[in-house]
Design a protein around this ligand. Sequence first.
Ligand SMILES: [Zn+2]
Length: 423
Amino acid sequence: MDIEGYLKAMPKAEIHVHLEGSMRPEILLQLATKNDVDLPGKTVETIQQWYVFRDFSHFVEIYITICRTLQKPEDFTLIAYDLGKTLAEQNVRYAEVTTTPGLHIYGNGLDFRTWLESINAGRQQAKDEFGIEMRWIMDLARNLDSERAEELVALIASDYARDNGVVALGLGGAEVGFPPEMFEAAFAQARERGLPGNPHAGETVGPVSIWGALRSLKATRIGHGVRAIEDPELVTYLVEHQIPLEVCPTSNLCLGVFPSYEAHSLKQLVEAGVVVTINSDDPPMFNTTINDEYLHVFKDCGLTLPQIEKATLEAVRVSYLPDKRKRELVDDFQTTFNRLRGEFGIDPASSQQSPGWIEDFWAGILSREPERIRAAFQQLQDAEERSGTIQHLQRMVSEDGWAEPQRVSAQRALDALRPIIDV
Ligand SMILES: [Zn+2]
């Protein structure tokens, strides 16, 4: 049984990774030479030694320094292509990549369209060569003033941007001193144009920041969010509303959010029924890769293989892809998991692994509206899917191992379906 081999070979979706923070040291040095930017080191080793962070603000300082090496459109094309290549080599099939337009527009004087064209050229090249699909989450740095935030959101949420791969508005940078509430207007402006909010929260600040992201920014997905564990009421809220967290364990260790993988909240969040996904954040800066993150969550955070497979499918399910494409990818991932399990000598998936299609139905259940639950059920195509769904809900109610909020939701769904089916 080769679990390590299996984890590396698994098809994956990565939904929390930064374009700028993914620059490999080799590329960083190449760009620094080309654009005549001084860095504290001239070799891969010295750059890696430089990537030791005293705290979050030190990390941001280094992040801004590396962004200075990005000046010309072709630099952006190169890093977007290189990220796609690096992810594809680790069997990532789909990625939502965060990038920070303010740094390049205000920092470098690049025009938004020229810049977006340049990253899209790299995205397309990676797709043509490696088949990897990528989309953009464009984030605001928390120290932006409100005028610039508004100006940027007008660009990020424009039809042009949305026709060219932009799928959500993010929020990044220093959490301390810059609460989500400061960006309420910017996120409302994006939402009005149909662009969902996907802020970082609950990393260097605790539950109050996550509550702020949910209430003020109406976030439907959260970057990190791992400190939710400090507030049981918040954990229940995340479960009941199925708010997914983009968990990046090694990043949290490097930035002092948790002292060790063993102390990380991931396992507790999973056991409470929170939707989690596994991600790498700024892999070279944290001396990690997405495959390393998968190994760590198995070996050090204590997730089981079915929990890791579920987190992978969740990354597709909670992505901003169209529903049809999600369904295709989920089906494809599940088929591939089964085949790879055979190849790597791992037992077939257990019965508690929920089939992909039930995840779509879940959203209807969580609405708590009987009408919507029935409508979601009626959308299931064939009799097998329907009976499988009912059996799954019944197992959730009766079997051990399901968190209380999930059990309650399953019972609620069965009650709602009783008038239209024989439960
Ligand atoms: Zn991040």
